[in-house]
Design a protein around this ligand. Structure first.
Ligand code: A4P
Ligand code: MG
Length: 287
């Protein structure tokens, strides 16, 4: 374990949590304290945020996750917070303390709390997993939204070009999308990865108002290792990927073996235009 630490202290968020009927009805105040093991030596030399854990982004991600919680036990919520923190680069281990500031107990008591320590090893005793994620955006500064997503995803090991694509489905006269596909190396399980993607979407201020409507950022899991999931929360492989050139064209650049045979000749052509790499777009686009 590194002997360097970064702390987030006294993060206070209202959340729905608890076993009692009253606790299921109204959010209550929680406090989150986090101690992260991060090797600070490199950032100490380079002065570069990319060489350390970004505590601002981590605090935002925790707040979004806790606010959206409806867990019953502190034990469940704290495990999810630890997962979330460990998904950020450079965090080798984390100790989280989760405190109910107004516990519903008939005694004179200040607070109740649970605390856990998790390391990357304890989350993943075996191997890391390979996930393929599709990104889409058609509102505002689309290039910045893609970059925001890449900055907040677990380790990106392959990245397609960015494609400008005509909207498929949804309301008339939506603006064009930017789409791309990335491969991630992650120790998160599929559900923890989905929660992380939802938190990143929420941080990009996505509003889910219209089905298939315009969005600042949409993050879909296309594949996770070679597993199949089909339940209320997740469908993997993504059910509509075979119909969509805006997914298959970028996917074919980083994992052609995952595309259905002859997709390029059977799917209707057009509506998908390569715009080059994201880093190239960032350096050439005003935004
Ligand atoms: N969910 C289930 N499986 C998955 C998965 N594999 N990955 C659940 C991610 N989420 C998954 O998603 C609704 C719920 O799906 C999630 O809460 C999760 O539990 P959502 O993102 O809230 O809703 P949505 O985006 O409206 O639906 P969805 O299914 O993501 O829409 P699509 O199919 O991705 O279509 N045209 C162009 N050119 N480019 C686009 O990117 N995107 C769409 C959205 C439509 N037209 C487009 C594009
Ligand atoms: Mg989606």
């Amino acid at each position: 374990m590194a002997s360097d630490h970064i702390y987030i202290r006294g993060l206070r968020v209202m959340a729905l949590i608890g076993v009692l009927p009253a606790e299921r009805l109204a959010p209550q105040p929680l406090q989150i304290d986090v101690e992260m093991d991060v090797n600070l030596a490199v950032a100490g030399q380079t002065d570069d945020l990319g060489d350390t854990a970004n505590y601002g982004a981590i605090a935002d991600a925790i707040a979004v996750l806790v606010r959206a919680s409806s867990d019953i036990l502190l034990e469940r919520l704290i495990a999810r917070i630890a997962d979330c923190v460990l998904s950020f680069d450079h965090v080798a281990a984390v100790t989280v303390t989760l405190t109910k500031l107004q516990p519903p107990i008939d005694e004179d008591i200040d607070s109740t709390a649970v605390s856990i320590t998790r390391t990357r090893q304890s989350v993943n005793p075996t191997v890391r997993h390979r996930a393929i994620v599709a990104l889409g955006t058609n509102i505002g500064d689309r290039v910045a939204h893609l970059q925001f997503a890449l900055d907040h995803l677990p380790q990106v090991v392959a990245e397609s070009q960015v494609f400008e694509t005509d909207p498929v489905g949804g309301p008339q006269n939506q603006d064009a999308y930017l789409n791309m596909v990335v491969a991630l190396d992650t120790y998160l399980d599929p559900y923890a990865l989905l929660r992380l993607l939802n938190a990143v979407e929420a941080q990009a201020q996505r509003e889910r108002t219209i089905h298939w409507g315009p969005r600042t950022l949409d993050l879909d899991i296309l594949f996770y290792d070679n597993i199949t999931i089909n339940d209320d929360l997740l469908t993997i492989p993504h059910p509509r990927l075979h119909e969509r050139r805006f997914v298959l064209q970028p996917l074919s650049e980083i994992a052609p073996e995952l595309c259905p045979p002859k997709w390029d000749t059977t799917l209707e052509a057009g509506g998908v235009h390569a715009r080059g790499s994201l880093s190239n777009l960032i350096s050439t686009t005003e935004h």
